[in-house]
Each structure stands twice: as C-alpha cells, then as structure tokens.
Write a protein that binds this ligand. Sequence first.
Ligand SMILES: C[S@@+](CC[C@H](N)C(=O)[O-])C[C@H]1O[C@@H](n2cnc3c(N)ncnc32)[C@H](O)[C@@H]1O
Length: 538
Amino acid sequence: MSEQDPERKTLTLKTRAVKPRPAAGGDQTRARIGARARQVAQLKIAKEKLSRMQAAGGDNLTAEPAQEGKPLIVRKAPEASYGDKFRHGQRTDSRAPRGEARGGSAHPNEPARANRGSAPREPTPRPASAPKALPLRDGAQTERASALVLDTEIFHIFAPCPTGLEEALAAELNALGYAQVQPTRAGCHFVADWWGVQRANLYSRLATRILVRLGQAPVQREDDILELAQSIGWERWFGAEHTLRVDTSAVKSPMQSLQYCNLRAKDGICDRLRDLEGARPSIDTVRPDARVHLFLSHDTGTMYLDTSGESLFKRGWRLDKGDAPLRENLAAGILALAGWDPEAALLDPFCGSGTILIEAAWIALGVPPGITRPFGFERLRDHDARRWEDLKDEARSRILPELASPLIGIDANPDAIEAARRNAERAYLTEDTIQFELGDARDAVAPAPSGWIVTNPPYGERLDEEDVEFWREWSACLKKEFAGWQVDVITSDLDLPKHLRLKADRRTPIFNGALDCRLFSFELVASSYRDKPPAQEP
Ligand SMILES: C[S@@+](CC[C@H](N)C(=O)[O-])C[C@H]1O[C@@H](n2cnc3c(N)ncnc32)[C@H](O)[C@@H]1O
C-alpha cells in the first residue's frame, strides 16, 4: 500500500458483534463460516496491533516503496529492444541508467546495486500526517485492516537452499535489504513483513522456498505435535475451502515415525479448523492450495506456512531437461559463488539445456526469477491481488533492455542445443540473447579478452584412458585460448584439478541434489601456465 493511496483515511476502530458459530453445512455454508472466522481473527489481530501502536505512541507504520509503471516482460522483437517492449506502462525511460535499473536483480555480487529500486527495505517511519488506523466496519474494510496488519507485522522466515549456498543466499538476502539474516545449515533465517515475504519469493534466485514460521514448541512425543498444530491460527491463512499438504522433515529427532508425526500435525490443523469453522480442509498431496512444513529437531517442533507453493527453482521456463540439468537456483548460486560480473562475457562449454546461461541472462537483465510463475501465497485467504500485481509491475519496469556482454553456450549434443534454445525462448529471451552453438568444448575460442567460464561438465564414476585424454585436451584449450579468464567448474569428480593439471584457487563444497560436489575456481593468468609442470592438488 503506497502512502499516496487515496482510499486510505484516518478512522477510528469499530468492532463488529461476533455472531455465534453456525453448525457445519454444505460447501456454501462452509465458505461463509470460513469468511466469518477469518474476519474475527483479522479483527482480533488488528485490534491488538492497534492498541500496541497506540501504547507505543502510534506513528510507526511501515512505508512502502513507491509503485511505478506497468510495463510487460516480453521477448525482444527483432526490431526492438527489451526496453521497448517494457515500455507498455507508464514508464517511458526504458533505457534508464544501468545501475538504477538493476535494482531488482539483487545479484549477490552486485553490492553497489543492492537496495536500489524494488528491493525490500527496512521499515521506514511514516510522516506525521499518515493515517494511523484503518476502518473495520464492513467486509471490505476488514480486508483493509488485514492489509494494515500485514504491513506492520514482522514474520520470522526460513529460506532453505541447496547445501553450500547458505553464505551466498545470506549475501543475496542482505543485498535485497532484509534484516536479521542468519545463514544456517541448508538455508537462512531472516525477518520481514508480509510484502517482504512476497518480494523474497519474487526476487530470491537462490532460495528453494520461503517458509513463514507460525509456531514452535518443545516436542518430546507425538501428541506435542498435535497440540502445537492446534495452537496455531491457521484460519488466518486457509480453511475448509482450501486443500492442504503437510510435509515433515527432521534432524536428530528422536521420533520413531515421521509419517505419524506428519499425521499428528495434519490432525491438529484440521481439528482446529473444524472446531472453529465447522469444516476441515481436504488433503491434496499433488496440487494443494496450502502447504505446511513441520520441522523436528532433537527437542523442538517448528511449523511453517509455505508461501512459495512449488519450489522456487521452478522458474517456469524449463520444459526441456537434457542430460542431468542443474536446478535453476543452484545454477544462480554457482554464478554468485564464481563472482561472475553480469557485465562480463560468460561461456558455458558444456551447456546442456542452458540452465547456467539462462539464469545468467535473467540476472544480467534484472529479470526477477519469479516474474512468470505463480506462488502459494496467491491462493491463501485475503491475498491482495491488486497490490501483488503492482509489485510485479514495478519489478518488470526495472528489466534492462539488453545485455552488455556475450553469453555463449556450447554442447556436443544437438538435442541439448535444441533444448537450450527452446528453454531460452520460454524464458522470454530472444535468439540473440544467448548464442547456443553445437560444438566441442575442446575447440572453444574466447569471445572476449576476459570473462568467465562457468560450467557443469559430464561427471563419470571412473576415468578411463580416454577421459584422461579428454580433460588434458580441454585443459590445453583453456590455457591456450582463455588466458585472463576465470574458470569455475562444478563437478563430483574431486580429482578434476589434477586431470586438468591446474591448481584450483578455491574449492567450494556444494551439493547438486544428493551429489557431493565441488565448485573449483581457477584463475587463468596470462602465460602463467605455459611450460609449467603439472601442479599437484592437496
Ligand atoms: C552435466 S551436462 C550439463 C547440464 C547443464 N548444466 C544443464 O543444466 O542442462 C553435461 C553436458 O556436456 C555435454 N558434453 C559432453 N561432452 C562434450 C564435449 N566434448 N563438448 C561439449 N559438450 C559436451 C553433454 O552433451 C551434456 O549436455
């Protein structure tokens, strides 16, 4: 909600009489019961929030970043630039200064660009003239009250990510302006208001999900989980009109059966909703409207509302998978760890279906990773669709018209090149954005005096003679053609530097799914490898 919102007025809080709870009935009755319970819950929360604000002296509401125009994300037509297509809305300066327009990209390695534009911000105080409260007289106004609460309420969030990307995710979240970012095993904790939750879904390239913590309690036996689930106000987010899925994961939990723990969690949620609203959600494990995650540690249970829905690495553009594709957030994470400068040339000589390069193109153009996909929070109660569209429009308005440097993909398999081209097209990239070529990595030539090679070559279990020869030849090509370049290779072959006869400057442990990998970073300093004996890896 912007401060300029003309509908927003200073009004006093009026409560509605709470009607007695009706008995359970058919679908329509259930929907009415749900709406009623929701109103009561919102009202209670709004009242509490208001009295807290009044007690604190009042004027500490969160200001939202100004909303901008309504351009579209579209591919570049041959005769037009990306920027031309993005000019459909109010914004006419599609060729905005590069730095300014990059605000939304929030690449972890773009500190200078961090916090520009649409990135979430720390709450800022409203001016003294700003309204203090919203009306609560009828249904529509009650929704406004809900918006007020979501603007000011701070949520504790956990964003899981592939193991090895925790620090990079923390850097990304910090660059996006989030507070209290703490990397931990396979994810990061941070805090944000509800709009910050939505922005994290839209902008994080490295997170796998955005989970909002709704409750936590000591758990020693399965019934503790039931009680925990019963104690959380799920009715604020979903009810009988939704379908539900609950997932349970555990680290060092003494519980015997995670399946039974999951059942207890489901029972607790459904019991509460049935008691409050007369009906319970049905379970759908395939396409649920609402998802809840239960996490069990050795002595604690934590329940999260999953605001993402499908995993965030599903950007929406991949249909063609090729051979062993990387997940999109892992590809973005590798680019972050490699320190790739989005204005520098990038080559992936084993590009497969093009994941690394398509991620790179979106980073360089400032395309938010979630711009074309739906999210779980859109299906929850009281989703403010208008404001969400505004948020996305603002993000679209910041997309750059064109790339500064070449992105090139090579693969020896024509099917992989076809898949990469189709994926790029579905990612709204024009043919000339990424140059995909059929070829052999050993014959690659440098498209620029300096740049990055970031790649995910084929992994073999054991190297035979032929493979040894292959890596030697690729290494010879790198040393001859790519002096001055940085090379980052993700592989499960821990002996790769030895095969390449190169000494890695860095080796970062990282998991590709369940595969224990390393990201090996080599700086190919001009002439330093010529005529040298092979370096030994520790
Ligand atoms: C692990 S896959 C890369 C997957 C890619 N990162 C993705 O996300 O789709 C390795 C790729 O290397 C390609 N490849 C194998 N030998 C090659 C060579 N000599 N030159 C170029 N590409 C090669 C394979 O066709 C395969 O697509």
